[in-house]
Write a protein that binds this ligand. Structure first.
Ligand SMILES: CC(C)(COP(=O)(O)OP(=O)(O)OC[C@H]1O[C@@H](n2cnc3c(N)ncnc32)[C@H](O)[C@@H]1OP(=O)(O)O)[C@@H](O)C(=O)NCCC(=O)NCCS
Length: 236
């Protein structure tokens, strides 16, 4: 059994006290975001990841260094890893949510999306293959948008677990329909097999959808926790 812990937070309101934890490269990325909201999401993701990883490893947050080398261009904007330790992590942010998933012994991918985002036909065709589009069509109109975000977050979580992200075509895998427990049914991608892919839907609060994927043959046990106050039933 592989334990997977997912930490949720809201973007920090006041960056002040957290900025000191960023490395110079992270500070550069932070400064490069034009929108304040993007800066705060990035800062919160790295702060939360560093804090929960440090707790797990029994070290100070300032001693946790991420290697986020992109496999395509060598820049530090790829999937973050902590060299030399058996701890995998994945960061995701959207709107007022920031999440970090942690596992030991298997790669992990996390995705959170604001369910208010528009899901037009172009996005549906980009993400879903014919089998999945047919399953979505069988849902009633009100269930369809929610169904799409279930598919989307599950798929992106799987792709993030590989470390390749959206470089792998989303249509190359087929997932179970949104109303069923999340699982990989078929894959055209050699790295991803139904036996070696576990996933779960998550609960980041009202107005958001999220999923986590772990690349393992073992069963997974997922626990969700909040860093800071949990949102109320309206997601605030
Ligand atoms: C990673 C990716 C899935 C992000 O999707 P998103 O929904 O916009 O953003 P999310 O908030 O869910 O995830 C962002 C986080 O994913 C992580 N990440 C970046 N690249 C990743 C990858 N290839 N695989 C897994 N995780 C990745 C980072 O931690 C990033 O957060 P941070 O840099 O702020 O710490 C998508 O941008 C992607 O596939 N990128 C790789 C391909 C690409 O565009 N390359 C261009 C640069 S050469």
């Amino acid at each position: 059994m592989i334990d997977c812990v997912v930490w949720w937070a809201r973007p920090v309101a006041d960056p002040g006290e957290y900025l000191a934890l960023l490395t110079p490269v992270e500070r550069e990325r932070y400064e490069a975001y034009r929108q304040d909201a993007d800066r705060r999401r990035f800062l919160t993701g790295r702060t939360l990841a560093r804090t929960v990883a440090a707790e797990r490893l029994g070290v100070d947050p300032g001693d946790v260094e991420f290697d986020a080398t992109c496999t395509d261009c060598d820049k530090q904007h790829g999937p973050p890893r902590i060299p030399g330790v058996d701890l995998a992590l994945s960061i995701s942010h959207a709107g007022e949510r920031v999440g970090v998933a942690l596992t030991a012994g298997a790669p992990v991918g996390l995705d959170v999306e604001a369910a208010s985002r528009r899901a037009d036909d172009g996005l549906l065709r980009y993400a879903l293959n014919d089998t999945e589009l047919a399953a979505l069509d069988r849902l009633s109109a009100p269930e369809r948008t929610d169904g799409f975000f279930r598919y989307w977050t599950r798929k992106e979580a799987v792709m993030k677990a590989t470390g390749r992200g959206l470089r792998i075509p989303l249509q190359s895998i087929t997932l179970s329909p949104p109303g069923e427990p999340a699982r990989l049914i078929a894959s055209d991608h050699p790295e991803l097999t139904p036996e070696g892919t576990r996933m779960a839907d998550l609960d980041p609060g009202a107005g958001y959808r999220a999923a986590v994927a772990v690349l393992t043959m073992e069963e997974i046990e997922v626990t969700e926790r909040w860093w800071g106050p949990m949102p109320d039933s309206h997601g605030q």
